[in-house]
Write a protein that binds this ligand. Structure first.
Ligand SMILES: [Fe+2]
Length: 244
């Protein structure tokens, strides 16, 4: 029914409890915000959608994005200061989006990990293929006392025809984070199909915007529809867990 798919104002869509746990808003340290002005523009736009509690998650990814907790927390301070200077009322914290690779295992050994909250870590997999030792890595994460929150499981095409792997990952203790943009044409129809399927089966624990740039936030408006409201509001409210 067409009226169920009617778009509504994002600020009427996102519940006040929602904490965004996946984005790239710190300036110049990954493929997200380019500079301070860009950071502020993105944060203000999120705030205009009613998203005022954000844990931003710069990439820590092999030799490509060699961020450290120090670099991330320093950048966070700079942005927090700028927000204060401009009287923008936002709660901004930072963690990281960790690529599960050998470097990650080194950080894990040293317990040099930025968590979303308590022992929850946001992790991602390569889009090309999963690490051959994925099960061992997840085991190591659990042994070290952390809980992996797998970013956008719907985006890993190699699992699209292997739904059993999603079930296995959940059984191993992974939490799943839906990228809200997966419900738009952003990543292609197979990703949307898988996201809808995982949603329907109640496999997601949390949701995130994975905002990198303004285009993402324009597209995010499309998620704010009557139809999505029914299905997504309980999930968005789950993110309340990450309130400080
Ligand atoms: Fe991301």
């Amino acid at each position: 029914m067409w009226f169920l798919n009617k778009e509504i104002e994002p600020k009427d869509f996102f519940p006040s409890e929602y904490v965004d746990i996946h984005s790239h808003l710190l300036p110049g340290i990954d493929d997200g915000a380019k500079d301070m002005e860009d950071s502020i523009v993105l944060i203000e736009k999120l705030a205009s959608y009613g998203i005022k509690n954000i844990i931003t998650t710069p990439h820590i990814l092999g030799d490509i994005w060699q961020n450290t907790p120090d670099i991330i927390l320093r950048k966070l301070k700079e942005v927090q200061q700028e927000l204060e200077n401009r009287n923008i009322d936002i709660q901004l914290r930072a963690a990281a989006e960790y690529m599960l690779d050998d470097k990650f295992l080194e950080f894990l050994k040293k317990k040099e990990i930025l968590t979303l909250k308590d022992n929850y870590i946001l992790v991602e997999l390569s889009y090309m293929n999963p690490p051959i030792n994925l099960m061992d890595i997840i085991f190591e994460i659990k042994m070290a006392g952390y809980i992996p929150v797998l970013a956008h499981p719907e985006r890993y095409a190699y699992y699209h025809d292997n739904f059993g792997m999603y079930i296995k990952l959940k059984q191993l203790g992974c939490k799943f984070q839906l990228n809200l943009l997966s419900l738009t044409p952003q990543y292609g129809s197979n990703v949307t199909f898988t996201a809808r399927k995982l949603l329907k089966q109640g496999m997601y624990n949390f949701a995130g915007t994975d905002t990198h740039h303004k285009g993402h936030l324009e597209l995010l408006k499309k998620v704010a529809s009557k139809k999505n409201m029914k299905q997504l509001i309980p999930l968005l409210k789950n993110n309340k867990f990450f309130t400080e």
